[in-house]
Design a protein around this ligand. Structure first.
Ligand SMILES: [Zn+2]
Ligand SMILES: [Zn+2]
Length: 395
């Protein structure tokens, strides 16, 4: 039996050093050149079979245990965000306007630590571990690029695991949900064409600003009046553009925003009502409209059996921690594309620490997390990988 807790603590310095190095040198999606070089080198040092350049800057590392199958995919994301860091730490970002503000620097450090830990125990691994370091998670399509690059083939994974450091919760908290965990996400754009004119003669115009206001208001009835109150969804108009001056009614207004849902029926209902409402209001006011709705990611749905097993294991591994099975977020994740075909589990590891002032949320210029979470994540992912590979033997 591997002592995951102790082994993870033993390599904490390694994890911290890697995390801080990635943090100092953040790179945006598909531009993770330096980052992927380091990952490639580290995995090679550990003796893994390494394939760089998958889906752009993605890296795959294969660690074969005492048998070849089954295969579990462990995914870690690599990209930073276009944010100017406001922390005053010695590992502050050295790339102006770019920052690891989501914790992906920690995810990569955990990925390398899991590889380091488990490569010492090859004869206790009942299958192959496929380490996947993915570029461009922040809405840029990194998962799809890696899938196109063949990440789900040769060998095809039987299971998939991923995790996110989670500053919504304190250190000592772990979330493993059985079922839906993160929302499906789409973006929309509504281009309204009215008839411009003088601000003092609205009767001679078709005012797209007034129409936009009706649309923004009425879209909120989808969640409050169409969705089953026991289900959930979000429709947010997040950008409104129209008009340039005080005395001209403009010709055009453009709205955009995001839609989040979990199950297929709710998603279809929301999209149907969305189009009906926009087209209905446009018709009422004799304007014209172009609607475009774009799929960003499907929902992250954890496999019931895989997540039940991991939940139990996490409670045994961390008896003093708060391990919950009901975390669900309207955030989205492109890991959903990998989990759509490969049953798996997406976990959350609490990483904030109010006593140390580490409470800023993800994507905030002061985001930072308690690095103890690196050891917790390493222990959790390592033991989950071993557990899932041996799952069929126990049934
Ligand atoms: Zn993020
Ligand atoms: Zn993230």
């Amino acid at each position: 039996m591997i002592d995951f807790i102790n082994e993870s603590r033993n390599i904490f310095n390694y994890a911290q050093e890697k995390r801080r190095d990635f943090h100092r040198h953040p790179e945006l999606g598909f531009k993770e050149i330096r980052t992927s070089k380091i990952i490639e080198k580290e995995l090679q040092k550990l003796g893994l079979e390494v394939k760089p350049g998958i889906g752009g800057t993605g890296v795959i590392g294969l660690l074969e245990g005492y048998r070849k199958y089954p295969v579990v995919l462990l995914r870690f994301d690599m990209d930073a965000l276009p944010i100017q860091e406001e922390n005053e730490v010695d590992y502050v970002s050295r790339n102006k306007g770019v920052m690891h503000a989501c914790g992906h620097d920690g995810h990569m450090a955990i990925g390398l630590s899991v590889a380091k830990l488990l490569s010492q125990y090859k004869n206790e691994i009942p299958g192959t571990i496929k380490f996947v370091f993915q570029p461009a998670e922040e809405g840029l399509g990194g998962a799809l690029a890696m899938i196109e690059g063949g990440v789900l083939k040769d060998p095809k994974p039987n299971y998939s695991l991923a995790m996110h450091l989670w500053n919504e919760e304190n250190i000592g908290w772990i979330g493993v949900t059985e079922g839906p965990a993160m929302a499906a996400s789409e973006t929309f754009n509504i281009h309204i064409t009215g008839k411009g004119g003088h601000g003092a003669s609205p009767h001679q115009t078709v005012d797209p600003i007034y129409i936009a206001a009706q649309i923004i208001n009425t879209l909120q009835s989808i969640v409050s009046r169409n969705i089953d109150p026991l289900k959930t969804g979000v429709v947010s108009v997040t950008s409104v553009h129209g008009g340039d001056t005080f005395n001209v009614i403009p010709q055009y207004v453009e709205l955009s925003g995001t839609i989040r849902t979990f199950d297929r029926e709710t998603r279809e209902l929301v999209l149907k009502r969305f189009k009906e409402i926009v087209r209905g209001i446009i018709k009422t006011f004799n304007a014209e409209v172009e609607i475009s709705i774009e799929d960003v990611t499907p929902a992250v749905i954890n496999d019931e059996i895989v997540s039940k097993n991991i939940l139990q294991m996490a409670r045994n591994l961390f008896p003093k921690y708060k391990v919950v099975n009901d975390v669900i977020t309207m955030g989205s994740e492109d890991m959903a594309y990998m989990m759509k075909d490969i049953p798996g589990c997406y976990m959350f590891v609490g990483s904030s620490n109010p006593e140390r002032g580490l409470t800023a949320k993800h994507h905030h210029p002061k985001f930072d997390f308690d690095e103890q979470a690196l050891s917790i994540g390493t222990a959790l992912m390592s033991s989950a990988a071993i557990l899932i590979l041996g799952m069929e033997d126990n049934n």
